[in-house]
Design a protein around this ligand. Structure first.
Ligand code: PEP
Ligand code: MG
Length: 898
């Protein structure tokens, strides 16, 4: 530190400060020391001890010796002695993981006090209240953290003492009261842990260090790491520092500030402090804190729900103006150094300011955009740095509404997979008809065991969708995500039975109000108010910076007009996946689709396809018109056929009446068509190999749409970029047949045109031909496939299914167990499984580029919109990713950060 003080520069500090070694807190302390900011002296035991300790449950003796030496250095620096009665050194032992895990791990203050030293401390400072207050704090913290005694047992006698003395603030308790309390605490420790509080200070120190290391494996820390995907291997560092005392006098305090307002992003210091108190009092948030600035004084009572008739509390700016100015300057210095808004912990000991911690501050989504934008305008950071300080959840949170948690007083009824983010509140409807009826009266949540194309009109009118089964790539999840609707899948303990739903054995009739937070996957009973999404004006500016830095194009998976419009407005530059089977989801179209699938023979099928062609042409016209100037990748039909067929007797009967068919004939056809494993059955381009007329119909529909738009001069031939994509390709021979089919249809169509001008225009449209790589066999033959393609797109949903041998539809109920047992780190349908699916992607990309260097390569599975997968996908040297419209801003932001 001394060397760095002389030759300080940012690069030097960054070189030595490695969070992985020193933890976040330790690194910040080193940095602040280098910047000449007062931090209490101390030393850091680096994170490597944590992994050793986790394996052997002990601290090696050489490390123990080093720690003792470091204590001696600290004694020399401060002219204090650890364990001395007259001149004691007191220390804090603090955790510090490389990635911030607020409140998850332990800290112990005032180590080095015992029955004798407390008297020495009292004499030294001539301040018994301070000495005994520090000792009761040590007993409490040591008792709960090291000896694992319930905190309540310590809180109750303290509360009782304050009531009996008629005081409300901790620091007004009498010395006699504190002494009695200390005796009570020692008895609690003896009773609960069957041992006395250790009087040996080194004993205290090493037990505290072990407790901090143990806290890395505490239940809450493990859960936190699971939620935020933090590796267990990181471990925590342990920071041992000399105590500075915020509880020494009325000129002492402790507090936390943000360098900017974390709610709205305003450039003003924001925070709170507590007079005559120690750090944990503020962190636990249970004591009466005071506002930091004069500006905050008025709003303080409202924020804290305090009685407005009580006089307005005085801020630090008024009470300790010098300290306030210093604190403000330091917050700016740290913000400038880190290039981000800071969350700073401090203590003031008799008027002298000490900084205990500084880290990037958590902020609301609105604030995060304002702060990034303002800091660029203030020239503290550049645009590239600004993009990095925007938390990735920001865009998702801004685009979707959320539940107002201030109204949530009850735990969730149940939870499931957060399949499509947002929030919804409404009446339960268990079928499409009810959903449509109820939607006329209010908001609806469609609850199904699983959804199928027939549920589309129910999904369309519902605000939220809940399913008992199905994973993150199930029908409900994909459709809801595309529409930007709230959706929770694979809900634990849910079963839909007629017009009732059962959750964990409890029955709720249709019409029951539910509230869902699908960003978290939680379902609540009743109506919880919703906070609307709010896009601030900085959004557009930041989007323009993203364009400068991202290297990959972001396309959209969309096929309806609404979704395509949303996609373009959210920044998509093309449609990367138009799933044509999704265009047949309305009841009327499903009927003709069913007729087509169940056709008796070729001519019957062609007859039904002619009807479907009209629908397709009409849709393509609209799609090409709104996508003018942008590529549209149309994936030819890929329906697992079972999704479209009637499911039960009722549906079969309805179909027979509508189609004037004989029930036994239909049942026979269904039996013949029945597949045991439809996901691996007659789907994708296999349909075109057996029934070429299906793809011919689709290509004709594309060409008819284009001809109409061009002849009506709605779109010129130069603004049309159709791309035809063949799904579920397994083999180059299969693809070659499809390619010929497409080209022949194009040629025949042009040939049949009487209008020469139109013929001429169409000949100028060079459509692109491509394949979806979604089977391992296709990935391994990507070189051969690429030779006859203009582009390939990886369907990572199916590629995950087929590589891992894991059904997309049937695995959701056991994946969680696999993740809990650490067989997988994540649900592989959510986060790309890099060592298998990822490897196949790399192999296929290399092969494809080796045989066709100019080939355009993309990824269009759901992983393309997953924050954890996007950095990996960016590393693959592909040209584009294609994801659901509402994930586009997030995919763009992460790609620019990468
Ligand atoms: C895929 O398999 O990744 C894909 C995009 O296609 P679908 O989800 O429609 O099968
Ligand atoms: Mg697929």
């Amino acid at each position: 530190t001394q060397i760095l003080n002389e030759n300080f520069n940012k690069e030097t500090v960054e070189l030595i400060v490695d969070k992985k070694i020193w933890g976040g807190k330790g690194s910040a302390l080193i940095t602040m020391s280098c910047l000449g900011i007062d931090v209490p002296p101390g030393f850091i035991v680096n994170t490597s001890l944590c992994s050793y300790y986790n394996s052997y449950n002990s601290i090696p003796s050489e490390v123990e010796n080093k720690i003792k030496h470091a204590i001696q250095s600290l004694e020399d620096t401060l002219s204090l002695v650890f364990g001395s009665i007259d001149n004691p050194l007191l220390i804090s032992v603090r955790s510090g993981a490389p990635i911030s895990m607020p409140g998850m791990m332990d800290t112990i203050l005032n180590i080095g006090l015992n029955d004798e030293i407390v008297e020495g401390l009292s004499k030294k400072y001539n301040n018994p209240r301070f000495a005994y207050d520090s000792y009761r704090r040590l007993l409490h913290m040591f008792g709960t953290t090291v000896m694992q005694i319930e905190s309540n047992l310590f809180d109750l006698p303290f509360d009782y003492l304050k009531i009996s003395e008629g005081v409300t603030s901790d620091h007004h308790v009498s010395v006699d009261g504190l002494k009695k309390l200390i005796n009570t605490y020692k008895n609690i420790i003896l009773e609960q842990s069957k041992e006395d509080f250790p009087q040996n200070v080194y004993d205290q120190l090493f037990r505290a260090i072990k407790a901090v290391l143990d806290s890395w494996q505490s239940k809450r820390a493990i859960k936190y790491r699971e939620i935020y995907n933090i590796s267990e291997d990181l471990g925590t560092a342990v920071t041992v520092q000399a105590m500075v005392f915020g509880n020494l006098s009325e000129k002492s305090c402790t507090g936390v500030i943000f360098s900017r307002n974390p709610s709205n992003g305003d450039n003003e210091i924001f925070g709170e402090f507590l007079l005559n108190a120690q750090g944990e009092d503020i962190v636990s948030g249970i004591k009466n804190s005071l506002p930091i600035s004069i500006k905050m004084e008025k709003s303080w009572q409202i924020i804290n729900n305090e009685d407005l008739s009580i006089s307005i509390p005085e801020s630090m700016e008024r009470l300790m103006p010098d300290v306030f100015v210093k604190l403000k300057n330091i917050s700016k210095k740290l913000e400038y150094f880190y290039g981000d808004m800071q969350d700073i912990e401090f203590t003031v000991e008799n008027g002298r300011l000490w900084i205990l911690q500084s880290r990037s501050g958590k902020r609301s989504s609105l604030a995060s955009l304002k702060i990034a934008n303002d800091m660029v305008e203030e020239k503290i950071i550049n645009k590239k740095q600004a993009l990095k300080i925007i938390p990735i959840q920001t865009f998702e949170q801004l685009l979707h509404c959320g539940l107002d948690y201030s109204f949530i007083k009850i735990p969730p009824l149940t939870c499931g997979l957060p399949a499509s983010p947002g929030a919804a509140v409404g009446m339960v409807a268990t079928n499409v008809k009810d959903a449509e009826l109820m939607a006329k009266m209010g908001k609806v949540i469609l609850v199904r065991n699983e959804t199928s194309p027939e549920d589309m009109s129910g999904i369309a009118v519902a605000d939220g969708i809940i399913t008992a089964r199905g994973g993150m790539t199930s029908h409900a999840a994909v459709v809801a995500r595309g529409m930007g609707k709230s959706c929770i899948c694979s809900v634990s303990g849910l079963f839909v039975d007629g017009k009732n739903i059962h959750i964990n054995g409890e029955k709720f009739p249709s019409g029951t109000y539910l509230s869902m937070d699908s960003t978290k996957g939680e379902i609540y009973l009743g109506q919880i108010p919703i906070i609307a999404s709010n896009i601030p004006y900085e959004f557009e500016m930041i989007n323009s910076w993203i364009n400068e830095y991202k290297k990959i194009d972001i396309h959209a998976n969309a096929e309806t007009i609404g979704d395509i419009e949303s996609a373009f407005s959210l920044g998509a530059t093309a449609i990367g996946l138009c799933r044509t089977e999704h265009m047949f989801f309305s009841p009327e179209r499903i009927f003709y689709m069913r007729k087509m699938i169940l056709s008796k023979d070729h001519s019957d099928r062609v007859f039904n396809l002619d009807i479907l062609e009209k629908y397709q042409q009409h849709d393509f016209e609209k799609i090409f018109e709104i996508s003018k100037g942008k590529a549209v990748t149309i994936r030819l039909l890929d329906p697992p056929l079972h999704e479209f067929l009637p499911h039960d007797d009722k549906e079969i009967k309805e179909f027979c009446i509508q189609s004037n068919s004989i029930e036994s004939d239909v049942k026979l056809s269904l039996a013949i068509k029945k597949e045991h494993n439809p996901m691996l059955g007659h789907r994708g381009c296999r349909l075109a190999i057996t029934y070429p007329e299906i793809y011919i119909m689709q290509v004709r529909a594309i060409l008819c749409a284009i001809s109409k738009l061009v002849s009506e001069r709605k779109v010129s031939e130069y603004e049309l970029y159709p791309e035809i994509m063949i799904p579920l390709v397994s083999n180059v021979n299969e693809l070659a047949i499809c390619k010929k089919l497409v080209q022949d249809t194009f040629d025949d169509f042009c040939e049949s045109l009487n209008d020469n001008d139109l013929k001429n225009s169409l000949s100028k449209i060079s459509y692109k031909f491509g394949a979806m790589i979604e089977l391992p066999c296709a990935a391994l033959q990507a070189d051969r496939i690429a030779e006859i393609c203009d582009f390939i797109s990886f369907g990572t949903n199916d590629l995950t299914q087929t590589t891992l041998g894991l059904s997309r539809d049937d695995s959701a109920n056991f994946i969680a167990t696999y993740v809990n047992k650490k067989i997988w780190n994540n649900d592989p349908f959510v986060t790309i499984e890099q060592s298998t699916v990822g490897e196949l992607l790399k192999i296929a990309i290399n092969k494809a580029r080796s045989s066709n260097p100019k080939i355009k390569i993309g990824i269009c599975g759901e992983h393309a919109g997953n924050p954890e997968s996007i950095p990996f996908i960016n590393s693959l040297q592909i040209d584009y990713i294609s994801c659901s419209p509402y994930r586009i801003p997030l995919a763009r932001l992460i790609s620019s950060q990468v």
